[in-house]
Design a binder for this molecule. Structure first.
Ligand code: SF4
Length: 426
């Protein structure tokens, strides 16, 4: 039976910029099950990557997680924390956001690991790939062997605190141990790098894009993470290599049983890899559910738009059907309290001018949608006029057909002039 590994409640992340407060992630709820591949999909600028970084606790200034809870299912960690911080523990779950910085840092790599979009800028060009992976192994092993760590996966003498202190004091002692180097080669082999012993001694510029992405996956696996966050892991690759990297991730997931949070703008990648999916727009998950819920029983017009913009392979000459308009500004003072998709939505109605809550939708019990269409059918008579979002005129719709006092005065004046001129107009 599946169990939840992550329970995220009301997560909000803001960036405090010179232009104003940017609401990159807004009141986000997410449930992820152990061993699942959960996909987050949306256009660029919808908040996917910030969501991933918020979960892994990698938000840097001027960004800040301003609210929310990240509950992680780890009985061992819960036991360690329970006495000192009972408020941060709920059964086997621990709210990572309530833990001290040091403890949270120790979980990076071993509990959560991340693959970034651009492998070239993620590797140091002046060190060999093998050295960099070995260093990741070393850091994770030493962190785990540290008696102050909340997780002690290794008791190896090689990674003891004493050895670490010696390595910092004696030039003859190397920080990266032979065991870590060996493990780095094993990891390179695991991700399908040919001749891993020789390749480990090569520099990042000697690797192709696909190989470097594999090497980055090897580095992310160094700490045997429970949750791997893959942020657009195939964006920079050509389609053949994309497929290979996705297959590799699938195989590794099956082999290790780890949970993967996959961030992508590509619904094809979601269909190929994921068990469950969340569609993200303007910092919110607007539709979530199983693949069948989102691909077959979608409710949200944005989901429909994303699906409609996938090229049809059987109609090679056909035109793409993009979603008109752009993602909205996430500056707080420019966000109106309505459905954020309303200005691009072909089904916007009066009801959409209030911010919609999440509704249960038909399909699995996990199918939820932030759209009034989950509760009512589209009613053309209640449609928002086309020009509503294009102007600054925000007269309530039910008053829009009425003539304002100024308009009435102008009309009366015009009528009087016509009467005074004997009904003649120029
Ligand atoms: S709430 Fe209204 S405007 Fe928003 S997506 Fe649904 S139908 Fe469209």
């Amino acid at each position: 039976m599946s169990e939840e590994i992550l329970r995220i409640n009301g997560l909000s992340t803001r960036f405090f910029t010179e232009q104003g407060q940017v609401n990159a992630v807004e009141d986000l709820d997410l449930r992820i099950e152990r061993g699942d591949v959960f996909g987050i999909v949306g256009e660029s600028g919808s908040g996917k990557s910030v969501t991933a970084r918020s979960i892994v606790d990698l938000i840097e200034s001027p960004g800040q997680i301003t609210d929310g809870e990240v509950w992680f299912n780890d009985p061992e960690l819960a036991e360690t924390v329970r006495d000192d911080q009972p408020e941060a523990v709920d059964g086997d779950f621990v709210d990572l956001r309530q833990l001290p910085d040091e403890t949270r840092r120790s979980l990076r790599g071993t509990t959560f690991s991340m693959i970034f979009q651009d492998p070239e800028s993620s590797f140091n060009p002046s060190l060999t790939v093998g050295e960099q992976i070995a260093e990741a192994v070393e850091v994770q092993q030493r962190a785990s062997a540290n008696p102050r760590s909340t997780r002690a996966r290794t008791q190896s003498e090689e990674y003891s605190l004493g050895n670490f202190v010696l390595s910092t004091m004696l030039p003859s002692q190397k920080y990266v141990t032979e065991a870590s180097r060996k493990r780095a080669i094993e990891l390179l082999e695991m991700v399908g790098i040919p001749d891993p012993v020789e390749r480990a001694d090569e520099y990042p510029h000697e690797y192709s894009g696909g190989m470097l992405q594999r090497a980055m996956i090897a580095q992310a696996l160094a700490g045997e993470p429970d949750v791997l966050v893959a942020d657009e892991p195939t964006t920079a690759l050509d389609v053949t290599i994309q497929a290979q990297v996705l297959d590799l991730l699938s195989d590794l997931q099956e082999e290790t049983g780890m949970t993967i949070l996959l961030i992508t703008h590509n619904l094809g990648v979601i269909a190929r890899m994921c068990d469950r999916v969340g569609v993200m727009y303007a910092g919110e998950i607007v539709e979530r559910g199983t693949l069948a819920d989102v691909f077959d029983d979608y409710v949200h017009p944005y989901t429909e738009g994303l699906l409609g913009s996938i090229p049809d392979l059987e109609d090679a000459g056909g035109r793409l059907d993009p979603i008109p308009g752009n993602v909205p500004s996430l500056l707080d003072h420019e966000m109106e309290d309505r459905c954020y998709f309303a200005d691009r939505c072909p089904k916007a109605m009066e009801e959409c001018l209030d911010h919609p809550p999440e509704y249960d939708a038909e399909g699995s019990d996990q199918h939820e949608v932030r759209c009034v269409l989950a509760e009512m059918a589209y009613d053309e008579s209640r449609a928002v006029p086309d020009d509503w979002f294009a102007t600054d005129d925000r007269t309530p719709l039910d008053e829009r057909d009425e003539i304002t006092d100024d308009e009435r005065a102008i009309e009366e004046r015009a009528q009087t002039q016509i009467e005074e001129s004997g009904g003649e107009t120029r």
